[in-house]
Every structure is written in structure tokens, then in C-alpha cells.
Ligand binder design. Sequence first.
Ligand code: GLV
Ligand code: MN
Ligand code: MN
Length: 427
Amino acid sequence: MTNTSPAAAGSFDDLRVDGDRLLRRLTELSDIGSITGTTGSSRLAFTDADRQGRDLVVAWMQELGLDITIDGIGNVVGVWTPEAMSPANAALAPVMTGSHIDTVRTGGRYDGNLGVLGGLEVIETLATAGVVPHRPLAVAFFSNEEGARFPPDMMGSLVYVGGLSLEEAHRVEGIDGATVGDELARIGYLGSAPCPGLVPHAFVEVHIEQGPVLEEAGLDIGAVESVQGISWTEITIEGQSNHAGTTPMRLRHDAGFVAAEITSFVRRMVNELGDPQVGTVGMIELHPNLVNVVAASAKLTVDLRNTDNDVLIEAERRLETCLEQLAESEGVEISTRTLARFDPVVFDSGVVDLVELTAKRLGAATLRMPSGAGHDAQMMERVCPTAMIFTPSHRGISHNPAEHTDRHHLELGVNTLLGVMVQLAEI
Ligand code: GLV
Ligand code: MN
Ligand code: MN
């Protein structure tokens, strides 16, 4: 999709989404699984809180009269085909938007939710104004984007585009021992719509930036050109538990020490490789985790990301060497499991242009930029022209209940989404 003409559709120019309704819905959704004393929420994928969030959004989709389908991984797609649309146009592939409504355990209210409720807002605004786009529009919420309970992240959209089989996805075991298939059935979202799913004409997702770039530069909207590569590894260390007071240091096989060494190695290595390489040890468990016992075993996760796949591969290689050396020097056994591995993704330049030009038409100061976080859009790019719209994140804080984006920027992001969707429908 390279010949995108920003002047193609004029009908959206005077239309603005209803900011009050958007904020009301964001608040109502964030009340499900709300974290006391904060504005954030906890709705890990396929939990009861996730089910309640799903039920609420499905109810809003029903009120809008969308044609709703649920597939075998619990992705929910609502298609809007206005009654006044001609049968020929109604038969065209829709322009799709969407994101996710699951959260990390300590999530904010905007991550993912903005993209889904923003999509509803676009459709409701157009429907209320009697605008009939050239094609149907669709809004989706994809299952388990966060991957925090069940790896990998973007699981629902990955299955949607055929990148992971349903059977494999259903078998994935979570951090609490439950499996995806059982949990989907338990919450009533094991649907029957086929996977891979309907291929849209184009896909565009609005999301908070989750980093500091836009706010620090005093900018309003990011036209997202790419998503960096992601590498998640789970590392298990088997040492030997022993008495903390009597065991000479030379006789120790201390899994806790090795976990700490890996953690500090990741930081040192990332500093050496330099920007934009990032690395995180987000989870460490020690066993038996007692004050006077040398740890027998440890489990930790390493999250490495880079826009440059070659550097990411180099970081993975260095981590592997570090593990081999530690296993040897400390006399422990170290095993690894890949939880997620996605190459960097480049979005469709025509859709990126359209995002940039549409935001500018709305008076936004814009930046073409990469995404540091993973997104459902990076999976949709495998099947159709795709790009994303970023709104600023206050102090760059995300995956934290304190996540915040100003109302003005939320509205600007969703108004940009509206303009982009209407224009994409005409191309
Ligand atoms: C998923 O949202 C991630 O970027 O970790
Ligand atoms: Mn997200
Ligand atoms: Mn997230």
C-alpha cells in the first residue's frame, strides 16, 4: 500500500470522537481488576478479571450492533457493516483496528485498552454521524498480548495470523501451572471462529507509547514505523542447597549467586552494546528461599530487545557464553527455554505516511519512530498493510498502575485513528 493519498477522504475532517465517552469506558474497564489506591488494573490473560473485562467490551460491541465472532484462542472481532452500505461494498475485506484488554499483573489503564475502546469510539462516532465508509470496519481484541502469565506475548494475534497453531497455544502452561486451553474453556471464551482469521484490507492500532520519547520532545503523535525484535529466555539453575553457616565458600554450588551474576551480566552487556539494546531480568525465584540456606535452584527470565536483529543475536550469543562459563565455574547445571522470539518488524510505509499526514491535519506535532514494546500490530503486519499510532506516555511510565496519558492526547490519537481508517477504506 504505497500510494496513499491523504486527500482521498474528506468526510472525516469535521468529525471528532466523544472524549467523555472514551474516558468513561476506559475508567469502567479499569475498574475491573482495579488495583486499590491507583488508577491501574490487574487482568492477567484468561483469569476471572480478564473474563469480566471481555464480557464488558463484548456488551459494548453488541450495543453497537457489531457482527461478533470469537475464535479458538479467544480473540474477539466485531465487524461494523452499516445498513446503508451497498452489498458490493459490504462484501469487501474490512479495515481493522484493535489491540488487547489483558494487562500485566500491575498494569495501567491505557496499555491495549486504548486501542480497543478507541476502535469502538471510531465506529460509534461514524455511525452516529451517518458516515458510511467505503468498506466495513472491524475492531478486535486479541487474547494474551502481554504474555505475562502464558508465553509468548502477542499470543492471540500470532495464532490469528497462523504463526502458532491452536493446539500448541492451548498446551502452553502458565506461571501458575494452568494451561491456556483449560483456562479459555473455563472463562467461556473458547470460540469456534476459524484460525487463522479473516484477513483485513489493512490494520492500524492506536496505543500509548509506553516510553518517554514523545513527551520529552514535546510531540503529540508517533507514526510508528517498526517494532524492535524481542527475545525472552527462561533460565533454570540447579545447584545444591546447604547450610549457610557451615559450608565453606569453596564448596558451594549456589544457584542464588549464579542468578545474581546473570542479572548483573545482562546489565553490563547491554551497556557495552549500547543503545538501542535493552535487557531486563524481570522475574527471579529462588528455592527454598530461606535466610540460612544456600539456594538449591533458581529460575529467572531475561528479556532482550533491539531494533537491529544482528545485535540482538549477538546479545543472545553473549548470554549463552556467560551461562556456559557460570555453569563451569560454579558447578551448577543451567538449562534454558525460549519463551518468545520475534524478529524486528517494519510497518507498511504507505500506512505510516497516512498516520503521519492525518495526525498533522489534526494539528499534531508528529514523529516517525520505532516501538520499544511488542504489539498485536506486529503480527498483523504478516498478513496486511499495517502501522500504529502512538500517544505520549507521561514520564514514559508503563506496565505500572501510574501509567498516564493526557485526555487531549488520547482524543488526538483516536481522532487520528478515525481519519486513517476512513481513508484506508477508500484505498
Ligand atoms: C508486551 O506488551 C511487551 O512488549 O512486553
Ligand atoms: Mn500493549
Ligand atoms: Mn503491555
